[in-house]
Design a protein around this ligand. Structure first.
Ligand SMILES: NC(=O)c1ccc[n+]([C@@H]2O[C@H](COP(=O)([O-])OP(=O)(O)OC[C@H]3O[C@@H](n4cnc5c(N)ncnc54)[C@H](OP(=O)(O)O)[C@@H]3O)[C@@H](O)[C@H]2O)c1
Length: 245
């Protein structure tokens, strides 16, 4: 990694959890890092690490002006090489509360698509780049406890796959990396998460940075979840619908 030229990286969803840890690692690597989210204080803290190499902006991916915010931030550092989409929300919703489902779709599907649309056009006009999406293993199957979350994560994975094919068909040198972590100990899971095979956010961030630098197509984190999703895929629907997740 150290032999490569420091990259310019823009991360949306860098105020917390996975996005923040990934931002820290890229800052440590000497990259120019632009960070965005809705909360300012955690972004200011990242900028304070190295004000000369870190820029930030407040961007709400659900807002219609999100693309303009990302564009302005990218231009502030004289362009970017890598766009990382770590913005997202998720919660269990066994009672199928409609506002929760709608908010999840607005953020993880509509907002996500808006950011992808911006990043794709940005890298087309620049002549290349790298789009990284933190989707989830939750997109592998429909999950009863979190219908909108699992459906939007499947949407993200399919969307990235579609853009990858489109870029190739159109001859644009844009690379895509779909990161699919299992459970990670971040605020997304709540105060004291008690999930099986819970991973530390710093370990996950290191795996993500490695996958980004290697330009992996798809990276399931970690090996235990790779086995688990492979088994999930083998299960016929009549078994899946009886499973207690
Ligand atoms: N934790 C897990 O177990 C896990 C597993 C697999 C995949 N993931 C995925 O990883 C991504 C990051 O999640 P995390 O676990 O790091 O959660 P997190 O700590 O809650 O971080 C979520 C990030 O998304 C940002 N965000 C949320 N809504 C936004 C909006 N409307 N506009 C802009 N930014 C927004 C948040 O910033 P602001 O609130 O400041 O806007 C925050 O920076 C999510 O897509 C999640 O689905 C998480």
């Amino acid at each position: 990694m150290s032999s490569q030229k420091p990259k310019k990286v823009l991360i949306l969803g860098a105020s917390s959890g996975i996005g923040r840890e990934v931002a820290r690692l890229f800052i440590d690597m000497g990259c120019t890092v632009s960070v965005a989210a809705r909360r300012e204080t955690p972004l200011q803290e990242l900028k304070a690490i190295d004000p000369s190499r870190v820029e930030y902006s407040l961007v709400d991916v659900v807002a219609e002006n999100a693309a303009a915010g990302l564009q302005e931030l990218a231009e502030r550092t004289g362009g970017i090489d890598i766009y990382i989409h770590a913005a997202g929300i998720g919660s269990q919703n066994r009672v199928l509360d409609l506002p929760i489902e709608e908010k999840t779709v607005r953020t993880n599907a509509v907002g996500f698509m808006r950011a992808m649309n911006w990043a794709y056009h940005y890298f087309v006009s620049q002549g290349g780049g790298h789009i990284v999406v933190i989707s989830s293993i939750a997109g592998t199957k429909g999950l009863g406890p979190a219908p909108a979350y699992s459906a939007t994560k499947a949407f993200q994975a399919n969307y990235v796959e579609a853009l990858e094919q489109l870029a190739r068909q159109q001859g644009h040198p844009i690379r895509f990396t779909d990161i699919r972590p299992g459970f990670v100990d971040t605020p997304l899971l709540g105060e004291k998460p008690s999930y099986p095979m819970l991973m530390r956010v710093d370990d996950v961030a290191k795996s993500i940075v490695k996958a980004v630098m290697r330009e992996d197509d798809v990276k399931v984190i970690d090996w235990r979840y790779r086995i688990m999703v492979a088994l999930w895929r083998l299960l016929p629907r009549w078994i899946w619908k009886r499973m207690r997740i």
